[in-house]
Write a protein that binds this ligand. Structure first.
Ligand SMILES: [Ca+2]
Ligand SMILES: [Ca+2]
Ligand SMILES: [Ca+2]
Length: 332
């Protein structure tokens, strides 16, 4: 069973910064092609007509007749054709149909902007039992945007937001080659004076400094536990915000935040609502968790020292997320 359960409300699916490597921006506002000005009748057609060469197979060199917007510097920005249709690869024919371009992920052929294609739509799990996690040369992330074995080689490869070549996920670049924004889903540590008690919001957290914690919730760093009653797997620890209430007796862990009052989560996260029952206790927990589109939005490659193996953070709709895809460890 995957991580927390039951999402109540959902926020919009705006992606949080940093981890997203999606190259499929379809936002028309990303276009830099100027539309002809219509409120200046004295303007001659030659100065307002969009140059057909604006469409190019290389988004980084898309040009327009307006020198102030001649260059698109963001390679993820979609180019706009003269007929106003938008494509992510710029290869649009005169009749508006797309050709080639992004390719078909999972067909075994590396096409378009694919970094790799190993004939499946899954992110391989490293068999390594110690860091660094190792992958086969052809192992390819779920959306074909990144070759797993190239992350950690110290240089930027296609699909990587960063690569500092080390095994430290707590610095600016995680071992999944995603930017560590120290927000939701960031790697974290929880330090307690003696032994951490059952109040998961206790102790001192490091790594979650940029997390926006909603009212009625508390910031937490979920870390792996390995005792019989609560085997939970969070590779390297995971920043989240939570509210929890327990009924059923003195064994209850302390309440956290205000469960009933927590209604919304920050943009880029969704509210997961789950109930667990054990030993006569009923624990209701709400958690804000990061929304994602593919594994490349999550930390897919994390080594957990508690369990001594690879984490399995994956972008997935869990049994309790009501169809919303979140970054969750598949081992929970
Ligand atoms: Ca392909
Ligand atoms: Ca694969
Ligand atoms: Ca690399």
């Amino acid at each position: 069973m995957a991580c927390p359960a039951d999402s109540g409300t959902t926020t919009d699916s705006a992606s949080t910064g940093g981890a997203s490597t999606s190259a499929t921006s379809g936002d028309p506002s990303g276009s830099t092609t100027n539309a002809p000005t219509t409120d200046e009748p004295t303007t001659t057609p030659t100065t307002t007509t969009v140059d057909p060469t604006a469409t190019t197979t290389d988004p980084t060199t898309a040009t327009t007749t307006d020198p102030t917007t001649a260059t698109t510097t963001d390679p993820t920005t979609a180019t706009t054709t003269t007929d106003g249709t938008t494509t992510t690869d710029g290869t649009t024919t005169t009749d508006g149909t797309s050709t080639g371009g992004a390719g078909v992920c999972g067909d075994g052929n590396i096409e378009g902007d694919e970094a790799c294609d190993d004939s499946n739509l899954m992110t391989e799990i490293s068999p390594s039992t110690k860091a660094p996690l190792m992958y086969q040369a052809t192992d390819c992330i779920d959306d074909c945007s990144l070759t797993l074995s190239l992350c950690g080689n110290g240089k930027m490869d296609p699909g990587e937001a960063c690569d500092d070549g080390n095994q430290d996920s707590y610095d600016e670049c995680t071992t999944s080659c995603t930017v560590n924004d120290k927000g939701y889903h960031a790697p974290c540590k929880r330090m307690c004076n003696n032994q951490c008690d059952t109040d998961v919001s206790s102790g001192t957290f490091t790594g979650c400094g940029n997390m926006e914690v909603p009212a009625n919730a508390k910031g937490v760093c979920y870390v792996s536990t390995k005792f019989f009653a609560a085997q939970r797997y969070f590779a390297e620890g995971e920043c989240a915000a939570t509210a929890q209430v327990c009924t059923g007796g003195f064994l209850c862990p302390p309440n956290i935040g205000n469960y009933d009052a927590l209604k919304d989560c920050p943009a880029g996260t969704t509210l997961i609502d789950r109930t667990t029952m054990a030993m006569g206790l009923t624990v209701k927990t709400k958690v804000c968790q990061k929304v994602c589109e593919s594994d490349s939005d999550c930390r897919w490659n994390s080594f957990d020292t508690i369990w001594g193996k690879s984490g399995e953070f994956r972008c997935q709709a869990t049994p309790d997320s009501k169809g919303v895809k979140i970054c969750a460890d598949a081992q929970n």
